[in-house]
Ligand binder design. Structure first.
Ligand SMILES: [Zn+2]
Length: 85
């Protein structure tokens, strides 16, 4: 049985740290590219400290999206983050 939490926590795919859902950036992969979460599809989470660690981040994104095109993934991520402000 899965353990129940009072707060909704999700795991950052990069550092595997569990944090409150509101603290994490939710993303999804679509055909080897990155997208903002829109309600469907497989999603994953990244925490704020991992977003600052580009090297770690690149590895996690490539693994999640099963893509080797790290420049494309990183550019897309920057777009998504910038859009958010
Ligand atoms: Zn993290």
């Amino acid at each position: 049985m899965a353990k129940k939490f009072h707060h909704i926590t999700r795991m950052c795919v990069s550092c595997r740290d569990k944090q409150s859902q509101s603290e994490l950036l939710r993303l999804r992969c679509s055909e080897g590219s990155l997208e903002r979460y829109v309600g469907v599809g497989r999603t994953f989470y990244l925490c704020a400290s991992c977003l600052k660690d580009e090297k770690k981040l690149t590895r996690s994104l490539m693994r999640q999206c099963k893509s080797g095109d790290k420049d494309k993934l990183m550019n897309k991520l920057k777009e998504i983050i910038t859009d958010d402000r």
